[in-house]
Ligand binder design. Structure first.
Ligand code: MEV
Length: 356
């Protein structure tokens, strides 16, 4: 029983946000910023969870936590009942993360006779930026606890292992968010790119492509709910116009899925087409009214370097992504990021479409 690490990436919506609400397809990809769970097994029955970045350090006697019936609890309120067992969960930002852990522990570890351990999770993903930090946490944690209790067949990479991890991570996400779509935990589990349509299982795309992307956090706070409601109001007022915009966004997503899955497409041609659809997708989102001056500023800066940007996620602030041509020197990315940082934006130089 040696220490080990389980990790999972964050996600970014590449194409199709907002249209996905109306049953259109969206494409998400993994970002190479990850959550890492370090597990240190030890003798005795003490269990300890440490999340240094958000001030969580809880400990309990593993024998005192009753087993949670798998699938029986999907709400924070239910999990809180477990806390009546005397586990001291903090208030504040770490509370949800602690509840997810208690839920997964109660489902996966309690009653297996497993000995004590401590688990420390650190994440390179900014919280609340729409980059799937909670799903990365949930996937890394699920993989760690399944590995600890010998429930994985291999190192977590086989199809069966991934399905198991993803299922548990989705339950963790339900504890944290109520009714998530499942796209974030699927990207964090499988990596690469994934096509998502409401009501269907997310479909991983068979892609060997990874994209160089600068993700820019404008740090402008946004309300996803208000932005989604704004699009709905516009659609109510102008159904024919808005439906054709949503259909156009759907075509952007299906074009992206084709490009990602065509391994022998001429690379420079595929890259030009990707550049085009990033630009077009942003224009369509702007027409829906979900851009913001800060996002237009990001786009202007990128355009100076002949790079295409679009908002990602809900818009109205939040994050943008900028596609970096594969042939561009490292210095080009650094220059764009520096220009954006000079405007007070936070930039992450990432690769999208890497391993889960
Ligand atoms: C927000 O990250 C994505 C939206 O499409 C909303 C949603 O899909 O629930 C704007």
């Amino acid at each position: 029983r040696r220490p080990f690490v389980a990790s999972a990436p964050g996600k970014v919506i590449m194409f199709g946000e907002h249209a996905v609400v109306y049953g259109k397809s969206a494409i998400a990809g993994s970002v190479d910023m990850r959550a890492y769970a370090l597990v240190v097994p030890h003798s005795g029955h003490a269990v300890r969870l440490v999340l240094p970045d958000i001030g969580v350090d809880i400990a309990f006697d593993g024998r005192r936590l009753p087993r949670v019936q798998p699938g029986a609890l999907a709400h924070p309120g239910d999990v809180e009942a477990l806390l009546a067992e005397g586990i001291d969960v903090p208030d504040g930002p770490g509370r949800m993360a602690a509840l997810v852990f208690v839920y997964l522990y109660g489902s996966l570890v309690a009653d297996t006779g497993a000995q004590g351990f401590s688990i420390c999770v650190r994440s390179l993903l900014p919280v609340g930026a729409g980059l799937g930090s909670s799903a990365a946490y949930s996937v890394a944690l699920s993989a760690a606890l399944l590995q600890l209790t010998g429930q994985l067949h291999g190192d977590g990479a086989s199809e069966g292992d991934r399905r198991l991890i993803n299922g548990w991570a989705f339950q963790g996400e339900q504890v944290a968010h109520g009714t998530p779509s499942g796209i974030d935990n699927s990207v964090a589990t499988y990596g690469g790119f994934l096509e998502y349509t409401k009501g269907r299982d997310p479909a991983p795309l068979q892609s060997t492509r990874a994209l160089r992307v600068v993700i820019t956090n404008t740090n402008v706070p946004k309300s996803t709910k208000a932005l989604v409601a704004g699009v709905r109001a516009l659609r109510d007022a102008h159904p024919a116009i808005v439906d054709s915009i949503l259909d156009a966004i759907h075509s952007v997503s299906t074009t992206a899925a084709e490009l990602f899955q065509a391994p022998d497409a001429d690379d420079s041609d595929a890259e030009q087409r990707l550049h085009d659809i990033v630009r077009v997708n942003h224009g369509l989102l702007m027409a829906l009214g979900v851009s913001h001056p800060s996002l237009e500023r990001v786009r202007d800066i990128a355009a100076r370097y002949r790079m295409a940007s679009k908002l990602t996620g809900a818009g109205g602030g939040g994050c943008a992504l900028t596609l970096v041509p594969s042939g561009a020197p490292k210095s080009a990315t650094a220059e764009v990021a520096a220009a954006m940082a000079a405007d007070g934006f936070e930039c992450y130089d990432t690769v999208v479409g890497g391993a889960g």
